[in-house]
Design a protein around this ligand. Sequence first.
Ligand code: SDX
Length: 427
Amino acid sequence: MKETAKIILDGKTYELPVIIGSEGEKAVDIRKFKQETGCITYDPGFGSTGSCKSSITFMDGEKGILRYRGIPIEQLAEKSTFVETAYLLINGALPNSHELNQIRVHLNDYSMVHEDMQDFFKNYPRASHPMGILSAMVNALRSFYPELLTTEETLSATFLRLLSKVRTLAAMSYKISRGHKVIYPRQNYTYCANFLNMMFDSPVRHYEINEDLVRALNIFWILHADHEQNCSTAAVRVVGSGQVNIYAAISAGIAALWGPLHGGANQAVIHMLENITTNGGDVNWAINKAKDRNDPFRLMGFGHRVYKTYDPRAKIMKKMCDVVLSNLTKADPLLDIARKLEEAALKDDYCVDHNLYPNVDFYSGIVLRAMGIPTTMFPVMFAIGRLPGWISQWKESIDDPDWRLSRPRQVYTGPTKIDYIPLEKRK
Ligand code: SDX
């Protein structure tokens, strides 16, 4: 017997179908609700609204569960690589050794960007934020690769081109922003090693690949690879629903990720920890500001729309801080502040009542600082990690028979009908 939900509206009972997901999650199917009742639903921020069915990522916010194509994030972080995880998300299964070698070859083949793009960077205002540059450059890729995505082959080539070139573009924008020589990708380096080398190698000082940092970067990007229908993925799907090319949809995702409430939080966390340091290291200063309803200050890196417990990615990222810092025989005073802030927040009634636990962004900045990544590039690092997720979600949307142009409705609260007032009669 199909499960249904009943709604009584204006004295009339409407019965709506209930959809049940593979993990037992339930959704009331309201697709016919407007035409049957003349009514719409209201859900700013879409906290209670499902935009699609998806088989890519499963999250359980109460239990702190995250799985990509059914595989727990903890196992992928421990055993997989970012390239392998990207393949899993996009193709639905882990690659065999032949498939893995194939994608490695293609990622190397596609790693260069058109020389003309360097002129774009050089003419970009120097103080530009790397996320604005990345969003623009990804959009520009369409002009260099205008072929239509009509076959599995052209689709796959485009996905690999995006995965490979976004990494090159990010490193290139960093080098050019510092007036340094651009370092080209190398055929004999793996995906993550290549990125670190393009970022930090230079004609005057050879960058020694540190395998522990390469491993840490793989884990960092695995942890960021997908997260079901978050703000930037929703942007990719909404923009993609107009049937625009994938480069424009991904460019919109980068723009959506940039905000400090979303992927820009990792940068904002560092600024917050530095502020706490300036305020004598008093973590309660930050917690009290966050509790003050007249103060817009928020504990950056805390809280989540879905997780109402510790973000499983934050647990892994926290452990990585120790590994990366000890490997570099480095200490970071902000890590001590971060730990103290977490400890105080987990004991604070307001934070506990509002489910303010560390999310993926809270410790990620410490890991990136240890790698030598500049703070302004932290959201870019998130974007490179999230790219396979955006690609897989875009691909799933264009293959989805239920998918249609995204066009939400509204509850109008403006003036009812009034007539035009000629200029001479206006006060
Ligand atoms: C990411 O969606 C995803 O999956 C995102 C992401 C991904 O992988 O794609 O996980 C990545 O974006 C992680 C989140 C990074 N952002 C931050 O760390 C910024 C700080 N966090 C918050 O701004 C906030 O927690 C959000 C935006 C993340 C979630 O906010 P919600 O679900 O919209 O909750 P809300 O803003 O409606 O707040 C509910 C209450 C409010 O208090 P009341 O008015 O009810 O008394 O909780 C309070 C808020 O003031 N609150 C916070 C807070 N977060 C929520 N108070 C202080 N500090 C915070 N961080």
